[in-house]
Design a protein around this ligand. Structure first.
Ligand code: SAM
Length: 218
């Protein structure tokens, strides 16, 4: 896929309208909306499909995977309550779009992808856009133990359960956001680590993600 990094008035306008739409759908965190307004989502699309880039839809990115729907990205990001300097583990780099949103919020991002093609593509594109997370290739269902603890953990693929090993990599006071369910639909779950042994779990809305595939997943 050939990427063209040109952000012209048509794309800027479409991005503004997307922000308006997300606000109407209930996204209220101004920092998240501002990040969505800044990251050129069309950079993750072939120019032929730029017209799709600011619709509120998921879109195929190859290798059977998708760039998440903007509403889903905004919804998950809002739940994380990112503070500048937060150390964030993102599981499922995919296109890298969500990674850019986290970086716009001034998080330090460790992002892991299991598919080599996607990992290589994100590693190429993000630095060209000025975004520099730490990239990892591997099974994110086991986390990145050598970099733990994390202030926030974001899972961007549907898991069958909340992996215990990920909970252990959360700092006390930290938040994990993870969609959990079967292959057809998942409930968004937030987990707050209250103490060494206690976790508060909240079950939220229903979504549909591609599956989290790995040792601690499908
Ligand atoms: N957040 C991404 C974006 O903005 O483009 C979308 C992520 S896509 C919905 C889910 C990604 O999770 C896919 O790229 C998939 O290959 C990846 N994935 C699935 N299981 C994984 C695992 N165990 N470790 C790391 N990545 C995984």
């Amino acid at each position: 896929m050939a990427y063209k990094l040109i952000d012209n008035y048509r794309e800027k306008g479409a991005r503004k309208r997307l922000v308006v739409k997300l606000r109407e759908r209930g996204i209220a965190d101004e920092a998240v909306l501002s990040a969505i307004g800044k990251v050129p989502r069309h950079y993750f699309f072939d120019e032929t499909f730029w017209v799709q880039a600011y619709k509120d839809i998921a879109f195929p990115i190859g290798d059977g995977q998708t760039i998440s729907q903007p509403y889903t990205v905004a919804y998950q990001t809002e739940l994380l309550h990112i503070q500048p300097g937060d150390k964030v583990l993102e599981i499922g780099t995919g296109s890298g779009y969500q990674t850019c949103i986290l970086l716009e919020l001034k998080a330090k991002v460790y992002t892991i992808e299991r598919q080599e093609n996607l990992y290589n593509r994100a590693r190429l594109v993000l630095p060209k856009m000025g975004y520099r997370p730490e990239f990892y290739l591997g099974d994110g269902s086991k986390g990145i133990p050598e970099q733990a603890p994390f202030d926030k953990i974001l899972v961007t693929a549907g898991a069958p359960f909340v992996p215990e090993i990920l909970l252990k990599q959360l700092r006390i006071g930290g938040i994990m956001v993870i969609p959990v369910g079967d292959e057809n639909q998942q409930k968004m779950i937030t987990v707050l680590r209250v103490s060494e042994t206690e976790y508060d779990k909240i079950v939220l809305d229903t979504f549909r993600f591609v599956p989290l595939v790995g040792d601690q997943a499908w």
